[in-house]
Design a protein around this ligand. Structure first.
Ligand code: GLN
Length: 550
């Protein structure tokens, strides 16, 4: 008891406020977008906000997961491999996230077990409560304790009631009690389905979901209700009555045509005001959303359209390329141009059908990826766009494919390859990075995170960025093999971006082509609403130029 009292007393000195976002009824309701939208509104009122995600799976991070399992693996500046929701946080807030913004059950257990082995709990039985829940609570506070944030929003992955998210929910309960009233709140996201046969919205799933939270000792403060139809006053009253919340704490979240509409929808529902009142924070400055609205205006009123092919092997699941498709949205708005992304399965591209499959596109992006499957189809796509002067953008594996294609068809290095695809090739134009050669563990061991890059004066890359030194984020094990550099340069493939520390080629471009750029890094990870990535903006502009000419 005394310990809890001191925990509470300590807390009250801390000025950071904590918001937890849980989900009920079903998965995929968009907790990440609601969290990011609320954060945007609070940020636009002058608050310093960050968002973190707690995922209930046992993997230490999603870096070892196939994209089909969990969508894209997002990478932060500090090299954390994270859930794709962190991408939304960055795109909305235009502030970087870090390793501390994404925690999994696996990492929590790893930390506790490591400490157990060190002897930190000598003599004690290590248990879910209190040891795992203590570690979860410690992680809830890591970002708040930096003093950099007024408000920390924590998204709890999974759905309340799942066995695996129980320790997180219990930790939220304890945390709330320790933090004291007014210092934290819980927003519960639920679904209010429309039953066509009855012609009615149904509140029962929401009631049940809140009941389940109550069983775990948590009364949600605010309910955000996903719905296809507007919630009328009666429905709101009913939800408020049965779920013990004020009527203004029943927030409608109606289906939107774009995720970027959601902050404005939440503003209309006054989610930000309700949150500030409950957290006893001053309702200072009205939200300044001018530039956001300006972006939406350009997004919704395009004056042109381009068709861009996205060649990859995970195309069945668009979430696998989330940051790329979002970067196209930002770049499209910047160009006042609708970017129609056409997914092209690289496994289905052959020398026989590539021309027919790719005809009519105004630009082609070859996606990142791993392994042999679909590799040759990417080579075919690149051959077609290189020979036909169609704008091309290759990212990571896409850049490596461009190097292989150029080696095979321009330099006539027959069977040139990446050693990832053929370990015995006579022409290893893409080889394994030196510091990767002795790596045996798969998790968290790639070249990850932000690295500097110098751009070659007079190159397209330097022109696009408008500067000479950049930093971009990486996630790969292979690289351009500098033994072939001179041959490539002489034939017109220019290394226009070089890592100043180790000489790794980070960007290649073709001299005699309207737009042919490959980057070893992932520019899509740094594109935000406020700062669309220049490589995407210029690629879309080049595609638009091609569309107009043809
Ligand atoms: N498989 C390649 C490598 O590891 C490319 C990785 C990627 O596209 N992210 O180097």
């Amino acid at each position: 008891m005394a310990k809890a009292f001191f925990a509470r007393a300590r807390f009250n000195k801390i000025m950071t406020k904590y918001i937890f976002v849980t989900g009920g009824v079903t998965s995929s309701l968009g907790k990440g977008i609601i969290s990011a939208s609320l954060a945007k509104l609070l940020q636009s009122r002058g608050y310093r906000v960050t968002i973190q995600k707690f995922d209930p799976y046992i993997n230490i991070d999603p870096g070892t997961l196939n994209p089909y399992e969990h969508g894209e693996c997002y990478v932060t500046e500090d090299g954390a491999e994270t859930d794709l929701d962190l991408g939304h946080y960055e795109r909305f807030l235009n502030t970087p996230t870090s390793q501390s913004n994404n925690i999994t059950t696996g990492r929590i257990y790893q930390n506790v077990i490591n400490r157990e082995r060190e002897g930190a709990f000598l003599g004690k039985t290590v248990q879910v409560v209190p040891h795992i829940t203590d570690e979860i609570k410690r992680n809830f506070k890591i970002l708040g304790d930096t003093g950099n944030y007024d408000i920390v929003i924590t998204e709890i992955g999974g759905t309340v009631g799942d066995i695996e998210s129980l320790p997180f929910v219990e930790a939220v309960r304890q945390f709330r009690w320790e933090a004291g009233s007014g210092n934290s709140l819980v927003i519960h996201l639920t679904l209010v389905p429309f039953l066509a046969a009855a012609g009615e919205l149904k509140t029962k799933p929401t009631q049940h979901s809140v009941k389940m939270l109550l069983e775990y000792g948590i009364q949600p403060d605010i309910l955000v209700c996903r719905t296809e139809h507007h919630l009328n006053a009666d429905i709101r009253k009913k939800i408020a009555l049965f779920c013990n919340v004020n009527i203004n704490a029943v927030i409608e979240s109606i289906d939107a045509s774009s995720i970027y509409d959601v902050p404005l929808l939440m503003l209309k529902e006054q989610l930000d005001k309700t949150v500030l009142t409950k957290l006893k924070l001053p309702n200072k400055n009205e939200p300044d959303l001018d530039s956001w609205k300006d972006f939406l205006g350009r997004l919704k009123n395009p004056t042109a359209e381009v068709r861009i092919g996205l060649v990859g092997k995970y195309v069945e699941l668009p979430d696998a390329y989330k940051s790329i498709t979002e970067a196209f949205i930002h770049a499209g708005a910047k160009n006042e141009c609708k970017v129609r992304v056409e997914y092209i399965h690289s496994e289905q591209l052959t020398p026989q059908n590539a021309v027919e499959r790719l005809r009519g596109l105004h630009g082609v992006l070859v996606a990142p990826g791993f392994g042999q499957r679909g590799f040759e189809g990417k080579i075919e796509a690149i051959r077609y766009v290189r020979e036909n002067n169609i704008p091309f953008f290759g990212i990571c594996l896409g850049m490596q494919c461009a190097v292989v294609e150029f080696g095979r068809h321009v330099l006539q290095l027959e069977a040139a390859n990446s050693v990832e695809m053929d370990g015995h090739t006579t022409y290893p134009v893409i080889s394994m990075m030196e510091d990767q050669k002795n790596v045996t563990n798969k998790g968290g061991t790639m070249r990850l995170g932000s690295y500097p890059c110098d751009l070659k004066k007079g190159s397209k890359a330097a022109h696009i960025y408008g500067k000479q030194h950049i930093n971009e984020r990486h996630r790969h094990r292979y690289e351009f093999n500098n033994e072939f550099l001179k041959q490539y340069e002489d034939a017109g493939m220019i290394p226009s971006g070089i890592n100043p520390q180790n000489g790794l080629v980070e960007i290649v471009e073709l001299k005699n082509h309207p737009f042919f750029v490959g980057s070893q890094f992932h520019p899509e990870l740094k594109s935000t609403v406020a700062n669309p990535h220049p490589l995407f903006v210029n690629f879309v502009a080049a595609s638009l130029g091609y569309a107009r000419k043809n």
